[in-house]
Design a protein around this ligand. Structure first.
Ligand code: SF4
Length: 351
């Protein structure tokens, strides 16, 4: 049977015009799923991971792992400001569903809580772990096994909470775990108080940086974070370096984070955190599409009761002021849960 031009046009209309209008083939080629490879695996294939572990471990001899630069010889058992030994001390490890949605997904973020801390804020919610160092000392091999266990449980990532003072152990454990099949991204969940030289060792190992930006003023940082008056300047530089390494946040097809920087900023009472300054800085320094989580969950913890200006929770008004500021300055990738909370408060106000 002859198939005329008229038949072709008629059939095209019957098929919703797809012959004439659709620029894509009717039977598209089957999509091949591209296997995602963690950064540390690529670095290992290039033969560079072992060298990084060695470089990091050498730092324990005269510890300069963080901006405190104590110089403690942790190889010989000395402890610096963070009070951490040379072995990693962990408090707990488990799938965590309270993290950002793109980290927690449906199966949780594989969180490992390291004990001790190099910043030690007086309002710390985890003070028994970070200030008092509660937890269990383990070997790097055990840390590797815990990473693999989290992966086996289906977690979308290994979320390293307060990793700065145990960075060499993390690198060593990551290499060991890679040999046994680790394939999920590392999330470097840090206070942001990081040295550039140390971050460069992590270049090509970490896929997701999750830094805090706690304050924008030196006097606030000194007052609430054990004299760390350089925190704002140090952390700004650290976040710029993190962005240079991994860029803006990228998600997979299921909406799970696979690479990029996610900045957390906790709104504090009486504008202590300098939220507007922070937002302005992000907009002027990084792409407007940088992922920013403006958090409302400040609560009075540990020694914060002794400081009247922060001895209360954040009001709805303070949180809304922070979110409105983010909108005013044009940030386009705010955490969906904080946006939902903002909408909830706005809705409640207008009713
Ligand atoms: S990691 Fe600990 S010991 Fe090392 S420089 Fe920082 S505070 Fe000092």
């Amino acid at each position: 049977m002859r198939f005329t031009r008229r038949d072709f046009i008629k059939n095209s209309f019957l098929l919703g015009g797809s012959f004439l209008l659709s620029p894509v083939p009717i039977y598209p080629a089957e999509k091949k799923e591209i296997k995602w490879i963690p950064a540390y695996e690529t670095l290992d294939r290039e033969g560079k991971l072992a060298q990084r572990v060695k470089q990091a471990y050498a730092l324990f001899e005269n510890c300069q792992l963080c901006p405190r630069k104590c110089g403690a010889n942790r190889q010989k058992g000395e402890r610096g400001f963070c009070r951490a030994p040379i072995k990693p001390v962990i408090f707990s490890y488990h799938p965590h569903f309270g993290e950002e949605m793109s980290l927690a997904g449906g199966k949780g973020s594989g969180t490992i809580f390291f004990s001790n801390c190099n910043l030690r804020c007086i309002f710390c919610q985890n003070w028994p772990i970070s200030h008092e160092g509660r937890g269990k000392e383990i070997q790097d091999e055990d840390l590797a096994d815990r990473m693999l266990h989290l992966q086996k449980m289906g977690c979308h990532n290994v979320n390293l909470v307060t990793p700065t003072h145990v960075m060499p152990n993390i690198l060593n454990a990551t290499r060991m775990a890679l040999r046994k099949g680790l394939q999920i991204p590392l999330v470097y969940n840090t206070s942001g108080y990081e040295r550039l030289e140390i971050l460069k060792i992590l270049d090509g190992i970490v896929d997701i940086y999750l830094p805090d930006m706690k304050y924008m003023d030196a006097d606030k940082a000194a007052k609430y974070s054990a004299g760390a008056s350089d925190y704002p300047e140090v952390t700004k530089k650290a976040i710029i370096e993190m962005h240079r390494q991994v860029g803006v946040l990228k998600l997979d097809q299921q909406g799970i984070a696979i690479r990029g920087v996610m900045i957390r900023h906790l709104v504090m009472p009486n504008r202590v955190a300098g939220t507007e300054k922070f937002i302005k800085w992000v907009v002027e320094t990084l792409p407007k599409s940088t992922y920013v989580n403006i958090m409302a969950q400040y609560r009075v913890e540990y020694k914060a009761y002794d400081y009247p200006e922060i001895a209360r929770g954040v009001t709805a008004q303070e949180f809304l002021e922070a979110m409105d500021s983010a909108e005013k300055y044009g940030l386009t990738n705010l955490d969906p849960q904080s946006v939902a909370l903002r909408n909830f408060y706005h809705h409640r106000r207008s009713n």
